[in-house]
Design a protein around this ligand. Structure first.
Ligand SMILES: [Ca+2]
Ligand SMILES: [Ca+2]
Ligand SMILES: [Ca+2]
Ligand SMILES: [Ca+2]
Length: 196
């Protein structure tokens, strides 16, 4: 069920992201042009470290659910460098996304069970996901690591005992077929059994 929750949350992020990409979508403070899903820009101010913080309300309760952080640039449009989203409207941030100078996503972390602990981190290079860290049992420690090449999952590493050491490896081909797996039996972090 956790996986389902995560994917639902992810699609919510996608929806909210699209909403804020649309120019003119955010209406002025206090005005409500739409009935339900209209995003409203609540405030926009300069932060202590010189960024522009934009607070957006998604569900019309006048409380911010999305925080966008921009950096002003000379001669061109300002750059979105971080986005924070409160998915379940409890006032606590659940997803943080970082962007680089090219506007590409660099990193995204997410709290899928809304306990304020991050349980999913995606790392990107050149706008493509290269690695994911996942806390599959929500105990506060990452236990599944996925590695991607050209956007495709090619290796999984798992800390199934939760002792901070990888004890399961899985290698996949570009089509997603399992090529081989390996296991660490005695707990020294080194592969003991290899299944081709
Ligand atoms: Ca709100
Ligand atoms: Ca939240
Ligand atoms: Ca969590
Ligand atoms: Ca864990």
């Amino acid at each position: 069920m956790q996986t389902t929750r995560l994917s639902i949350a992810y699609s919510l992020v996608a929806v909210s992201f699209v909403a804020f990409s649309l120019p003119g979508c955010a209406s002025g403070s206090g005005s409500k042009r739409g009935k339900t899903t209209q995003a409203s820009l609540l405030t926009e101010k300069l932060t202590d470290n010189g960024l522009i913080e934009q607070r957006v309300d998604l569900n019309n309760d006048e409380r911010a659910d999305v925080f966008n952080y921009f950096r002003d640039r000379r001669d061109t449009t300002r750059l979105l460098i971080r986005k924070e989203v409160d998915l379940n409207w409890d006032g606590r941030i659940d997803v943080r996304t970082w962007f680089n100078e090219a506007g590409e996503i660099e990193k995204e972390e997410m709290d899928g069970d809304f306990d304020s602990r991050v349980d999913w981190i995606d790392h990107y290079k050149g706008g493509r996901r290269v690695m994911s860290e996942i806390d599959t049992d929500y105990n506060g420690a990452m236990d599944l690591f996925k590695y991607y090449e050209n956007g495709k999952l090619r290796r999984k590493e798992r800390d199934s005992k939760g002792d901070g050491r990888i004890d399961f490896w899985e290698y996949l081909d570009a089509e997603g077929n399992v090529l081989r797996t390996g296991r660490d039996i005695d707990g020294d972090g080194v592969m003991d059994i290899r299944d081709e």
